[in-house]
Design a protein around this ligand. Structure first.
Ligand code: PHE
Length: 373
């Protein structure tokens, strides 16, 4: 083993010269002081304190020195590295404090701001009620069918067996879009009911037909607490072999019980519609008092005006003339239809007293009904 090289002087090793170490130390201190943020400091740290930085390399040179030279060189490099480490830690703490102060300002949350700047919308109760009704029938195998609101007079009236001079065609009920051009031409109207969808559904399908037709309808009424010129109806149509009024009554009773409560009954009162024969008005038992308010002034019922019954809508067996107009053989098939107004149902179902609230679009009316999806 060769003896240590006694003449080896660390001051002769370039990287270990005191001026060189001081220079490297000062470079590092300057770089840390110049680092404007934590990212820049991280880079400066890699350059001046990393494994391949000049001071780290100098440190490694010490190992090659003769023992008597190691102590002095080690002390010199150690002190320089110590100073650099200290400066790094100080600058790190300084920049972290700066960042924390900035984040506190930039990400401050003003808990006094109103929390609901963009309020959630609310579905209109007419829409949700319509969908509930549709669901009742879809569950029984019915299909949802729709038709145009701007409708041919033929579908709205002629095919439904309205005589040409039927009073419902007169200007006070019907919005005419285009008058009849020739004797055999159809005019165009805003549909006054959803019954034209009956005819369209029968023409589009082969029997049996089971459809539920919700939609907007128009009549030349003034807007007041109980009338609106634009309102909604749901139409029901079933065409099959052997259908009777009993099927009609059972079907509607099922709807009434699904929407208003178990055990409720319905009753039919004779009426006239050109497109059904026989025709009836359908009433449901009052779901609030169940008849107990009748003749009982102590317990009046606002929902049915103490009548015990609530009028729902018109119904009947589809007139054979309508079946023929829609291309269906009345010898083989019979059917029933039912049509009722949704605004009216919403009124007695939720004690809405003024129909205008339903058309004005104020969410303060809509919101209490809840957000049914
Ligand atoms: N379409 C009728 C109306 O608007 C209601 C109705 C529908 C009557 C179906 C009987 C059968 O008044």
């Amino acid at each position: 083993m060769s003896a240590p090289n006694k003449s080896y002087d660390p001051v002769e090793v370039e990287a270990l010269k005191p001026e060189e170490i001081e220079r490297r130390r000062d470079e590092a201190l300057a770089a840390f002081a110049a680092a404007a943020d934590l990212d820049a400091l991280r880079e400066a740290k890699a350059a001046h304190m990393g494994d391949r930085s000049p001071l780290a390399l100098a440190n490694r040179e010490i190992g090659a020195l003769p023992p008597q030279a190691k102590a002095e060189a080690g002390k010199r490099v150690g002190m320089a590295r110590g100073a650099v480490n200290k400066a790094l830690a100080a600058r790190q703490a300084e920049l972290e404090a700066e960042r924390d102060a900035r984040v506190l300002v930039e990400e401050a949350v003003d808990v006094t701001l109103p929390h609901d700047r963009i309020p959630a919308g609310a579905r209109h109760p007419l829409t949700t009620l319509c969908e509930r009704i549709e669901d009742v029938f879809v569950a029984m195998g019915y299909e949802v069918a729709e038709g145009p609101e701007v409708e041919a007079e033929w579908f709205n009236f002629d095919a439904l067996n309205f005589e040409p001079d039927h009073p419902a065609r007169a200007m006070q009920d019907t919005f005419f879009v285009e008058g009849r051009q020739g004797k055999d031409e159809s005019g165009i109207v805003l549909r006054t009911h959803t019954s034209p969808v009956q005819v369209r559904s029968m023409l589009d399908r082969e029997p049996p037909v089971y459809v539920v037709c919700p939609g907007r309808v128009y009549r030349t009424d003034e807007l007041d607490a109980t009338h609106t010129p634009v309102f909604h109806q749901v139409e029901l149509l079933a065409i099959d072999e052997g259908l009777t009024m009993a099927d009609l009554k059972g079907t509607i009773e099922h709807m009434v019980r699904s929407l208003f409560g178990e055990g409720l009954t319905t009753r039919l009162r004779p009426n006239y519609f050109p497109f059904t024969e026989p025709s009836a008005e359908l009433d449901m038992e009052c779901y609030v008092c169940r008849g107990e308010s009748v003749g009982n002034p102590e317990r009046p019922c606002r929902t049915c005006s103490s009548e015990g019954w609530i009028e729902l809508g018109g119904c009947g067996m589809v007139n054979p003339r309508v079946l023929i107009a829609a291309g269906i053989d009345p010898e083989k098939y019979s059917g029933f239809a039912f049509g009722f107004g949704i605004e009216r149902m919403l009124m007695f179902r939720h004690n809405v007293e003024d129909m205008r609230d339903m058309v004005e679009g104020d969410v303060r009316f809509t919101r209490p009904f809840g957000m049914e999806i």
